[in-house]
Ligand binder design. Sequence first.
Ligand SMILES: Cc1ncc(COP(=O)(O)O)c(C=O)c1O
Length: 460
Amino acid sequence: MTEQANQPNSYEAKDAASIVHPLTNLKEHLEKGPIIIRQGEGIWVTDIHGKKYIEGMSGLWCLSLGYGQERLVAAATKQLQTLPYYHLTNHKSHQPVIELAEKLLKIAPVPMSRIWFSNSGSEGNDSAARIVWYYWHNKKQPKRRKMISHLRAYHGNTIASASLSGMPYNHASFGLPLEGFLHVTPPHYYRYSKENENEEMFTSRLADELEAKILQEGSDTIAAFFAEPIMGAGGVIVPPDTYYDKIQSVLKKYDILLVADEVITAFGRTGNMFGTTTMKLVPDMIVCAKGLSSAYLPISALMINDRVFSAMATESNEIGVFGLTFTYSGHPVSAKVASETLDIYEEENIIDHVRQMEPFFLNGLNELSSHPLVGEVRGKGLLAGVEIVANKKTKKAFDPKLGVGKYCAERAEFHGLIIRAIGDTISFCPPLIITETEIALMISRFKKALDDTLVMTNKY
Ligand SMILES: Cc1ncc(COP(=O)(O)O)c(C=O)c1O
């Protein structure tokens, strides 16, 4: 903690004494305390001591339109005054959710039939897993229970979505993943390719691996494959161009459902409205959250195609009710804010803006490729990862115990930039409204953090 903050009555001390923080070393937090953010404007946040930071991660990959969007505030206020709550159970509905569902179906990247609403990406993926099981029950193939996803995938943190996730920290000491949640090699050529293997050979090997896994488990036991078009929290992994084509052929061959987790990639992040378009996927369901409301309120939307929805309708008719429900499913205030967010994306041509900013952003980061610590720069649209390595030639990583990535993120904070270290990969996901000048400033602050990190690593 800073000296000023190390007072018993400071907010930092009160925080450490009262809050359990996610993705945080809880013991270390008692010593270190939090950075407490007081306000935001555009791509900037200010902490309670007046220090300003560039919000290089859009919070948690979500605040697409940045801070200070008056239209979203007005939409929420008006809805709070008119109808602050209603639900969707037992044939009830309300206008904000109907309008939002219509808009989503209109912009869906592949034909979709219905929208299932919940409050977070985790609930969206959890619901998708449940609906997959429901679907196969209806198809009289109840043995199809197993889910396949990538190692290093991040699909959320309910029990099912954490099981789908392939990050070791989601599983360790929690006794996860649940049985029947299987993981395959992530499509990360830089880290997972073999010597003398080109991208084409790499993606063919991964498709073969998937097929072998399906056959080994029994193809009639595999229910669905979950995938992020571009993997985010696993280290911003952009699959090679031919990857999804080959994977989808295997899934089709064994009639396995495909769920695209677009919690990060939807709504312009990759330079198209959906990552599904960028990576040429044809999913049966698409999970969206985060940018759906630009994070102003919690909401997620699961798009469901007709093949799946017809089965759900028949099955619920047999049972008497579709037995999945959340109190805040399609909450009217969240729905209204999400609707307004979609209007802003359209009216302000956010996709065009992302496409215009992409070269400044990715070229700027790519210029750091010559830095002694940078092994790989990867990204699409306004989403990128910079992998720090001990040896550029051999791609050797630093000993994780050194916490090199974490140190780099701390130095970036010192220089007024919030970014995220995923192991030794530094991720960037700035608000989509970022300008060319702000991108340059963000990268120059990151460069300072990298230089500080080089000094630190030279000690080893
Ligand atoms: C791809 C992906 N899926 C799902 C989730 C979980 O979303 P939430 O934290 O809203 O539950 C995240 C969160 O980062 C994510 O990145």
